[in-house]
Design a protein around this ligand. Structure first.
Ligand code: UT7
Length: 330
């Protein structure tokens, strides 16, 4: 068993949200919906959307720079950049390579992780293990998305949900107090079809047909995903807490992927978690997939909701299906 001071800790956080707001009232003018319906069914009031010409790495690089400043680390000292995204700048090279250049992290290795909305914690677990093993000292873990680029703004069942943004964390060796206690990853490939972006890959390369059928946009069976998310997150959180020999009461703050406030609320009710222990910002940003947890972590920290020594539970669920969780001692 390693000493706590060898373990990875989050030593810096940063986030960036584009300035342009897409409100429910804007959406009322675009599709057959109402602000009242959206708020009642999702909790979302507005989302942030990038201007034309902005790519995921642009958001990621700003969030990363802020996280490095917060950790008081020079970009030159970063060993590895891992970006979780489903909206990379290009299929290859990786978004992390674009970020590496933009922030000047000359000696860093760089690659991306794809585990949809659960991806940030997947990336966090990779960074955690590089630090815990002693192989690296400083890893930048980013969650960044430009979901507006793959959202069909003629489809009312999906376009109300998604927004753009980026969050980043710096991982370094912790101390006895602050470290990542555990990370859990899971997947079920039997449900690849409930939530996906069908075209553009090797299975369905871009063609006139895929464009005409609007297959380059996110598709999902919302109700199915909704039910799977609540069941899965409830089990995941229970397992995460018990396998660390903790109880729900030991956790000071729960940061769940911000996909739908009703999913967060129903999961918390099943686990009998009081409302004041739940962080949410979905009302401001919608579902930002990989970016939602690092953005929430940064906001929670700035709002003073993460006190030294607190246990914070992160949990996410998304396309794949994939799920992931982590307990962090702040
Ligand atoms: O990040 C992880 C992945 N994503 C998610 O976790 C999303 C999970 N799913 C959801 O959040 C919800 O399923 C939605 C918010 C997408 C939809 O809410 P719902 O309560 O599951 O609604 P529904 O799909 O069962 O639709 C209920 C009704 C339907 O009308 P009928 O058939 O009852 O007449 C829909 O056509 O609401 C209608 N509807 C809308 N009405 C107004 C669907 N979208 C809209 C809309 N505005 N935007």
């Amino acid at each position: 068993m390693k000493e706590n001071n060898n373990r990875a800790a989050i030593t810096g956080t940063g986030a960036f949200l584009p300035a342009k707001r897409l409100t429910n009232y804007d959406l009322e003018r675009m599709v057959d919906t109402s602000s009242e319906w959206i708020i009642k069914r999702t909790g979302i009031k507005e989302r942030r959307i990038v201007e034309d010409g902005v790519a995921t790495s642009d958001l990621a690089a700003i969030a990363a720079t802020k996280a490095l400043e917060d950790a008081n680390v020079s970009p030159k000292d970063v060993d590895l950049i891992i970006t979780s995204t489903i909206t990379p700048d290009s299929l290859f090279p990786s978004t992390s390579c674009y970020v590496q250049k933009k922030i000047g992290a000359k000696k860093a290795g760089a690659f991306d992780v794809l585990a949809a909305c659960a991806g940030f914690i997947y990336a966090l677990s990779i960074g955690q293990n590089y630090i815990n093993s002693g192989a690296m000292n400083t890893v930048l873990v980013i969650g960044a998305e430009c979901l507006s680029k793959v959202t069909d703004y003629t489809d009312r069942t999906t376009c109300i949900l998604f927004g753009d943004g980026a969050g980043a964390t710096v991982l370094q060796r912790g101390n006895k107090r602050s470290h990542i206690l555990s990370t859990f990853l899971g997947a079920d490939g039997n449900h690849t079809d409930v939530l996906s972006l069908p075209a553009g890959g090797s299975k369905m390369p871009p063609s006139t047909k895929t464009l005409q059928e609007r297959l380059h946009y996110i598709k999902f069976r919302g109700r199915e995903v909704f039910k799977l998310a609540i069941t899965n997150l409830t089990e995941l959180i229970t397992k995460t807490v018990t396998s660390s020999n903790l109880t729900i009461d030991d956790i000071s703050l729960f940061i769940l992927h911000q996909s739908n406030f009703r999913i967060i609320e129903a999961t918390m009710e099943r686990l009998k978690i009081p409302r004041e222990k739940i962080f949410h910002n979905i009302e401001k940003y919608g579902n930002t997939s990989s970016a939602s947890i690092p953005i929430a972590l940064d906001e929670a920290k700035k709002e003073g909701r993460l006190k030294p020594g607190d246990l914070v539970l992160l949990a996410a669920f998304g396309g794949g299906l994939t799920w992931s969780s982590s307990i962090v001692r702040w």
